[in-house]
Design a protein around this ligand. Structure first.
Ligand code: MLT
Length: 406
């Protein structure tokens, strides 16, 4: 008789952003006239830039003619896109990454979830706390979480990041095998210095820990001295996988395109004692389970890397970061303590009474604004609240007016 995967029964409630959306929808249904401003899920509002649209139109035309039609694409993504990524994101920063180490995919969320197929089942996973819930939930789904006790999974090692430690994780005191990092950080908006990242890489090399570095918000780094890639750090090619996304960089949340870098220098033992290459394993996994991102989308993504597309995107990103400034200053003038919003499109504020779901309800009921409660990101997120800078300028200003007027 079929038995379902019991690990799913260990998951707690809904996926965070589904829950946030569901509550907002219930409020809207009960108050049809309320003009709700959505600053919960980090979804972009600006349209695709003209260079991307032009490239996608041209690709559609190609698909309509027998001579230029494309069927299945290459397993790792089209070479034209991987070369564009390699050149702008790595070679331009003096980082040596080959196109064979770049795997194009349909999203960083999928990749950070799927990558754990490369881990053995008993790997001990460490995450920062608060944390992007996908890292935890996907490991729970595949049996690495254990029971949920006092707001956390027994087998997962949580590294608290709070205002008290400058949102910088302390390295684990117990043995871990894999560590997820997200910088610029979702949800706190914090960014590591080069020295802090070097310390983490040193720890990983000394302890045989695989680092999973989610850099989906890299384009939002505002301070000039901050590292844009973990591979700027000595030794990272021997211990880290990096995830990047076009979602927030090029407005592709609905279009879907991302990539993952798996260096060939990542060599580990498997459960049988063989030495294996994670690059080869990930290549095998992608070839077996994925048929690639559409040609049209990859052409659009490549256009985002052209000089014209890149310049257009810088102006969109600057615009969102201006929203971040408006939110930070608006909240500060209303008396809140705020963090983030300088190297990331997220503002992390302290909830005066400490109960972040209660604050969610109050903000929605009093001001018709949706944000994300810190508790949804983990125990150490309780007492904080996240707002995104991705709303339109008009809505960002309106939201701050509603809050500052009380
Ligand atoms: C977020 O709001 O944290 C992100 O938009 C979620 C995601 O990228 O999957």
């Amino acid at each position: 008789m079929f038995t379902a995967n019991g690990d799913y029964s260990l998951l707690q409630g809904n996926y965070l952003f589904s829950e946030v959306g569901k509550r907002a929808a219930a409020f809207q249904a009960a108050h049809p006239d309320a003009e709700i401003i959505r600053m919960g899920i980090g979804d972009v509002t600006r349209p695709l830039v003209p260079a991307v649209i032009a490239a996608m139109h041209a690709a559609v035309e190609e698909m309509g003619a027998a001579e230029t039609f494309h069927g299945y694409g290459p397993d790792h993504g089209y070479e034209f896109l991987r070369e564009a990524i390699q050149k702008r994101d790595y070679l331009s920063r003096g980082i040596d990454i080959s196109t064979e180490e770049i795997f194009v995919s349909d999203g960083a969320k999928c990749d950070v979830g799927n990558i754990q197929e490369l881990f053995s089942r008993d790997c001990i996973v460490a995450v920062t706390d608060p944390v992007y819930p996908v890292y935890v939930d996907t490991n729970v789904m595949s049996g690495r979480g254990g029971r949920y006790v006092d707001g956390g999974y027994e087998r997962i090692v949580y590294l608290p990041c709070t205002a008290e430690n400058g949102f910088m994780p302390e390295m684990p005191k117990t043995t871990v095998d894999v560590m997820y990092l997200c910088y610029p950080n979702n949800p706190t908006g914090a960014m590591l210095t080069r020295a802090q990242l070097q310390e983490i890489v040193r720890y990983a090399l000394q302890n045989g820990v695989l680092l999973l570095y989610d850099s989906a918000y890299e384009a939002y780094i505002g301070e000039p001295d901050k590292p844009h890639s973990i591979y700027e750090i000595d030794g990272a090619r021997e211990c880290a996988i990096e995830f990047r996304s076009m979602s927030k960089t090029a407005g592709f949340t609905g279009t879907r395109c991302a990539y993952t870098v798996v260096p060939k220098t990542l060599q580990y033992r498997d459960t049988f004692g063989n030495t294996v290459s994670l690059n080869a394993m990930w290549g095998r996994r992608m070839a077996t389970k994925f048929n690639g991102v559409s040609y049209i989308t990859q052409r659009g993504a490549a256009a985002a890397y052209s000089d014209e597309g890149y310049a257009q995107l810088q102006s969109v990103i600057a615009d969102y970061m201006e929203n971040a400034r408006i939110i930070r200053e608006g909240l500060q003038s209303a008396g809140y303590t705020v963090y983030g919003g300088v190297n990331a499109p997220y503002i992390w504020l302290r909830v005066p009474h400490g109960d972040s779901w209660r604050f969610y309800d109050e903000l929605l009921e009093r001001h018709h604004i949706v944000g994300t409660p810190g508790a949804g990101f983990g125990r150490a997120g309780e007492g904080y609240f996240r707002m995104t800078a991705f709303a339109t300028r008009e809505n960002t200003i309106r939201a701050m007016e509603r809050i500052t007027k009380g």
